[in-house]
Design a protein around this ligand. Structure first.
Ligand SMILES: *Cc1c(COP(=O)(O)O)cnc(C)c1O
Length: 377
């Protein structure tokens, strides 16, 4: 087994794995399971400080992105796609698939979305039903201020769909300080569950928009409205993956136990990682907007993604992420979120990266592990 230090999925704590082996009831029929599901959703709302209803959908994080677009988009709707990263750009596909007309606001992939530039764009064109934006665009690791962006969009009467699959639980997000109508999360990033679940936080305004559609939602599995009133009616749209949800609950309990320190730990680990890499003369992709959950490292000239990934796997048994789309072959990524975000694990990863780069002839200018540890003190 590799030690997975990827930008998601992340390592899973033993108590989460054990919770997934608990005895199962019939989740369609047992009222206790409806209570358990609802309480778990209430904890999810509490985790991001909101009264908005949280829902857990049976399907990996992408399902949430698709469900948000499927449930809001009607034929011909104009949707603003805020694109400063690969996932940001990708929303346009979901919008199109459900009959919408995506209009992209493209900005530099090396930095966060600039609010003044977005405002200038909106001054000229703000006729959008909703906008999509990514909190942490994992391929580059850039973090966008989605609280402020959503408030700006709201001031133009535009709803916000925000993807924080890779941000939540490592990057603090206060939903009550935002105008995010549908927030998307996933189980396998900083919450450190196995992949398999989507979490959504849905505002009343978003539910109203779905209910007031002229045409029915062109999806079943991706239809958020199918969940409305599940607790009163005691019906789920489909049988819930009960073991996955037991695991998610255990991971949430872990989160609440650590909530006073977790964000600070992520921030410190991320900063020390960057400082070590920079001192070692290893390039970082971003110029600004570094996230606490993942770091995109430029692949040194003369090397390939495969050289680095295979070297680390074969010689050190550590797996980090490559990249895809426009960043394929440009960066490799260290995921330091959730259960990965501990000093020893990241130190071991940096040591392995150093050994791998040096074996390929790259001169690392400091001891990465030592520099990392010193910067944590
Ligand atoms: C991981 C991730 C998702 C879910 O996508 P998968 O690649 O299928 O895991 C969605 N959005 C972002 C920003 C992510 O990092």
């Amino acid at each position: 087994m590799y030690k997975i230090m990827t930008a998601g999925p992340t390592q899973v704590r033993e108590n989460v794995r054990m919770a997934r082996s608990l005895e199962c009831t019939n989740p369609d029929l047992d009222p206790d399971f409806f209570d358990f599901y609802k309480e778990t959703c209430q904890l999810l709302s509490k985790a991001v400080n909101t009264d908005n209803e949280a829902l857990i959908l049976g399907g990996e994080g992408i399902l949430g992105l698709e469900a948000a677009c499927a449930s809001l988009t009607e034929q011909g709707d104009r949707v603003l796609v805020i694109d400063n990263g690969v996932f940001g750009k990708g929303f346009a596909d979901f919008v199109k698939m459900y009959g919408g007309e995506p209009v992209s606001f493209v900005s530099d992939y090396h930095r966060p979305v600039d609010l003044d530039e977005l405002k200038a764009f909106l001054e000229k064109d703000s006729n959008f039903k909703y906008a999509t934006v990514v909190h942490l665009d994992t391929p580059s690791g850039v973090i966008n201020d989605v609280e402020k962006i959503s408030r700006l969009l709201d001031s133009y009467g535009i709803m916000t769909v925000a993807d924080s699959v890779a941000g939540l639980f490592g990057e603090k997000l206060d939903l009550s300080n935002s105008k995010i109508d549908i927030l998307c999360g996933g189980s396998q990033k900083a919450l450190s569950c196995p992949p398999g679940l989507t979490m959504l936080w849905v505002s009343d305004r978003a539910f109203e928009a779905m209910e007031n559609r002229k045409t029915p939602i062109a999806a079943f599995y991706a239809n958020i409205l199918n969940f409305k009133g599940y607790y009163v009616k005691k019906v789920f749209p489909y049988t819930m993956p009960i073991s996955d949800i037991y695991g998610l609950r255990a991971a949430l309990d872990n989160f609440f136990e650590m909530q006073d320190t977790i964000y600070d730990r992520h921030a410190r680990i991320a900063k020390a990682t960057r400082m070590a890499l920079q001192e070692g003369g290893i390039g970082l992709y971003l110029e600004d907007g570094f996230s606490n959950n993942a770091t995109a490292v430029l692949i040194p000239e003369g090397m390939t993604e495969k050289d680095i990934l295979e070297g680390m796997e074969k010689d050190y048994n550590i797996m980090i992420s490559g990249c895809f789309d426009v960043l394929a072959g440009v960066v490799v990524r260290i995921g330091h979120m959730g259960e990965n975000a501990y000093e020893d694990k990241v130190a071991e990863t940096l040591k392995a990266l150093q050994g791998t780069l040096e074996k390929k002839g790259f001169d690392v200018k400091c001891d990465l592990e030592e520099t990392f540890r010193n910067n944590l003190k």
